[in-house]
Design a protein around this ligand. Structure first.
Ligand code: HEM
Length: 452
């Protein structure tokens, strides 16, 4: 028997679209919580400048989205990130081109390559945390941003020289700071204004960043060719891996192509990890029983324990999973609908969008008991499916750096809590706000550190 599908509701008025955008930006988690309780498993969202979006809040809906082929659902375009990422970015490529590019780049984030970055991640974490080991007042988000930027610069761009690192830190901060929400959301703002407007500031910052990165790509290529002839071993960083990748015709990637992918990794990997770590410290600090159990587990290892030993700690793993459930820093996953289809019982037309409201799914009481509570134990007692728990998205576009991010988060929390007692010195009640492309804490979180 054929089941009948439903028509989407009529498109919202411009006023309703603006009201949605405002509510979403003022209180994103509250917005999704309201939708979860008001609608059963899915809701339609209208935003300025976009066609309708069908959002899933149930595991059945998430499963349909993740299992749809890329000829039906693919990377969502237009994207506000286009000027930052560049046209070769994996995040923006659609359909078969995305699949091809992903196949090519994926090895840089798996198996032996991923393992070869571990010492670099460890070293970058050690050097940044070492600088702040005895600080009495630490702004947690700033520390985590400094740390994850250090890791990306060293591990992804392969930069270890101290002066060069400082030049990169400066260039990256300016690049991200000048790519402001109006430039992201209002394409007409992307025009020069006598060298003084926001677009001019962004293109200047972009030029400085491009010069650095293109020089390093050239240098890395020269070094790699010289190492090939001398038989020396390759350094283990993502740039070195990318310059040796070949497409199906045996062609190496162009410098612009490598630049776009490195910029993508920077944008996708820096603030996501920094904000997830910031939430982790806030949640651990406000749940003393979680903190004492975590510290007890960490103390079972020697302070110089290998990352392999750290990766096996079960409670640390559960704590990180629960942090990413309670505060998914990417609160929704979006796809462009490429051909007319039926999703979650609705007729969905080509040219519209479909997605998963990750935060709502992670708060869905059909899946989680006491969903609002921070209970790492749930991940020791239960297994959750890839449609129920989606902090890294899923399907053909699942986060490429999730293994990398977990290594980094575990390494940071191990070193931080193994060496220091951490006391929260700011308010314990914190809400979420949209920051760049992620959700971070609206209020400043500060802690004091003392040797354990
Ligand atoms: C806690 C940290 C992180 C979180 C929560 C996170 C989350 C996500 C999410 C939700 C997506 C979209 C997935 C989808 O559309 O289904 C994504 C995509 C992506 N992430 Fe991450 N991410 C993190 C760290 C990283 C890191 C460290 C890197 C690399 C260094 C990275 C690289 C990427 C890339 C390249 C994509 C695009 C994949 C594609 O379009 O095929 N991410 N991430």
């Amino acid at each position: 028997m054929q089941t009948l599908s439903m028509q989407p509701p009529s498109v919202s008025s411009p006023f309703q679209k603006i009201s949605n955008a405002l509510q979403l930006s003022l209180n994103p988690e509250g917005f999704f919580r309201k939708k979860l309780y008001r609608y059963d498993g899915a809701f339609f969202l209208s935003m300025p400048g976009l066609n309708q979006i069908l959002m899933a809040t149930s595991s059945e809906g998430a499963s349909e989205i993740f299992s749809s082929p890329s000829s039906v659902l693919t990377s969502s375009l237009p994207s506000p990130l286009q000027p930052l990422l560049g046209s070769f970015s994996l995040i923006l490529l659609q359909g078969a081109a995305h699949n091809r590019e992903r196949r090519m780049i994926r090895p840089a984030f798996q198996g032996a390559c991923l393992r070869s970055y571990i010492p670099l991640i460890h070293r970058a974490v050690d050097s940044t945390l070492g600088k702040h080991a005895l600080d009495k007042q630490v702004n947690v988000q700033c520390l985590m941003q400094e740390l994850t930027l250090d890791v990306i610069i060293e591990v992804v761009f392969g930069v270890t020289d101290v002066e060069r690192k400082v030049a990169y830190q400066d260039a990256v901060r300016k690049l991200l700071a000048t790519f402001t929400p109006p430039l992201m959301l209002l394409p007409f703002m992307r025009t020069p204004m006598l060298g003084l407007g926001p677009w001019d500031r962004f293109t200047k910052a972009r030029a400085v960043f491009d010069t650095l990165i293109l020089e390093d790509i050239d240098n890395a290529k020269r070094k790699s060719r010289a190492d090939d002839t001398s038989g020396a071993t390759q350094p283990s960083d993502v740039l070195s891996t990318l310059i040796n990748l070949q497409d199906e015709q045996g062609q190496y990637l162009s410098n612009t192509h490598i630049r776009d992918e490195l910029t993508t990794l920077l944008a996708a990997g820096h603030e996501t990890t920094a904000n997830s770590l910031t939430w982790a410290i806030q949640l651990i600090s406000t749940h003393p029983s979680v903190e004492s159990r975590l510290v007890e587990e960490l103390m079972t290892l020697d302070e110089n324990a290998s990352i392999e030993q750290v990766m096996k700690l079960r409670y640390l793993d559960a704590v990180i999973k629960e942090v990413l459930r309670v505060h998914p820093v990417v609160p929704l996953v979006m796809r462009s609908v490429m051909s007319d289809t039926t999703l979650m019982g609705y007729d969905v037309a080509a040219g519209t969008y479909a997605g998963i409201a990750t935060y709502a799914l992670h708060m869905n009481p059909d899946i989680w008991t006491y969903p609002e509570e921070f209970q790492p134990q749930r991940f020791l007692d239960n297994d959750y499916s890839p449609q129920e728990y989606v902090p890294f998205g899923g399907g053909t576009k699942k986060c490429l750096g999730y293994g990398f991010a977990l290594f980094e988060m575990k390494s940071v929390l191990f070193k931080l809590y193994r060496h220091s007692s951490i006391t929260l010195t700011s308010n314990s009640k914190i809400s979420a706000a949209i920051q760049g492309i992620t959700l971070g804490p609206k209020q400043k979180i500060t802690v004091s550190l003392s040797p354990r």
